[in-house]
Design a protein around this ligand. Sequence first.
Ligand SMILES: NC(=O)c1ccc[n+]([C@@H]2O[C@H](COP(=O)([O-])OP(=O)(O)OC[C@H]3O[C@@H](n4cnc5c(N)ncnc54)[C@H](O)[C@@H]3O)[C@@H](O)[C@H]2O)c1
Ligand SMILES: O=C[C@H](O)CS(=O)(=O)O
Length: 493
Amino acid sequence: MQHDLTLHNSELLRTRNFIAGTWRAAAGGATLPVTDPANQRLIAEVPDSSADDAQQAADAAYAAFPAWRATPAKARAQVIKRWLALILANQDDLGRLISREQGKPLAEGRAEVLYAASYVEWFAEEAVRICGDVIAPPVVGRQMFAIKEPVGVVAVITPWNFPAAMIARKIAPALAAGCSVLAKPAEDTPLTALALVHLAEQAGLPAGVLNIICASRAQTPAVVDAWLADGRVRKISFTGSTPVGKHLARESAATLKKLSLELGGNAPFIVFDDADLDAAVQGLMAAKFRNGGQTCVCPNRVYVQAGVFEAFADKLAAQVGALRVGPATEADAQIGPMINERAVHKILRHIDDAVAQGAKVLVGGHRVREELGPNYIAPTVLAGATKAAALCAEETFGPVVPLFRFEQEDEVLRDANDTPFGLAAYFYSQDVRRIARVASALECGIVGINEGAVAAEAAPFGGVKESGYGREGSRHGLEDYMHIKYLCQGGLA
Ligand SMILES: NC(=O)c1ccc[n+]([C@@H]2O[C@H](COP(=O)([O-])OP(=O)(O)OC[C@H]3O[C@@H](n4cnc5c(N)ncnc54)[C@H](O)[C@@H]3O)[C@@H](O)[C@H]2O)c1
Ligand SMILES: O=C[C@H](O)CS(=O)(=O)O
């Protein structure tokens, strides 16, 4: 059953699983609703899959892998390029689909399509540059080679905050490497992923090479656990929360699967007293309020050196207070609804906890636009939060900026690194020696130096510590979908 989502290309609204080249309902016939976070209205219903569906998908992917692996890299690249062309040709519809099911402003939805497409383009090009080594033999009569081979069947599990980009930056390298794919998108935002798979089918991807099944939060463990227990599934590529990432790491040990884990963050954003304050404010606005703060790399703690604290706080509060909150249907909306009530409750808990411990609300701090629904939070700046505040240890994943004052560099580096997470960090300084020291001292995978917008397909994206391991994008992104085989040929003396 579908509701009022009109697309230029109506074929993009898919409400079935895609297994072995056919669109089908869940084996048990169950469905789950996909609702618009802007107003809680039903958009469509998709299959609520079970372990049976997971098994069927794994059968299909395993059967399709040998032929796809044997397909010349150039031919694989051509299919991926056709997929790219179809994604770009459907940018408007895909952008609207993203905004509708995830809630982000339409401009951000359209931009995400281009971001997703940039990964597809990157790995279409990388596919034909997979090279190995010819090794100088240490003894006479021997030839030695190191070749790269696809790992096999890959399960990709993705979050709701970037419904197109997160799945594209997994499927594209997997296909480029010659792997076959099992995809399980987030229960809140399956429609974009289903549309992308439809376009991959249109691009001529052979049946069984790419399979996608949807599942509710309740059914997802059964689906993914079936893949975890299946020895034919040789890799899990996961983007999501650290607790789920740890679960996948534990459960994949039984069959020693290769893992890529892009997990939670708790990014510090540091403003030193020698920073360009206007640039720092702009950088923070870009990093923090993209997708309403619902990104894994957005600043979660903002440290400002004492000498510039008041000036920075004033500049920031003025900009944050001017942000417009509303649904994607409002052209001037800059901050959309949060994804669901659970997310809203966490954000409000963080604000209330910080205030209870002495923080002052400079702007925001409450729900807004409640006539539209319960998921709208006012962009918020807090000053004077303590280290004991929940928002210091936990990822808020919303439009909340807690400002912390600091005196010395060594003090702020200690605080910045005082977290089990290590995904992204940002700092603003114009002192070249400080830039070198701080960039080296920060414990994370991504550092923005006088820059708040770090995402790019050419960059290795990933974290350290409990933000996971593996890298997505860049020339490193393909390695996670391949292994190296050493060939030693003797008898040539
Ligand atoms: N590092 C990154 O690139 C990155 C990107 C986006 C989001 N994230 C992180 O993801 C989190 C927010 O996304 P989320 O709420 O969708 O995360 P989540 O971990 O709840 O869900 C992510 C995916 O895992 C699935 N899942 C949930 N429970 C599972 C289980 N027991 N077994 C198998 N799969 C399960 C979900 O259905 C979803 O598809 C945040 O922590 C954010 O930092 C990280
Ligand atoms: O939320 C996580 C995304 O990976 C952030 S980004 O779009 O890659 O910067």
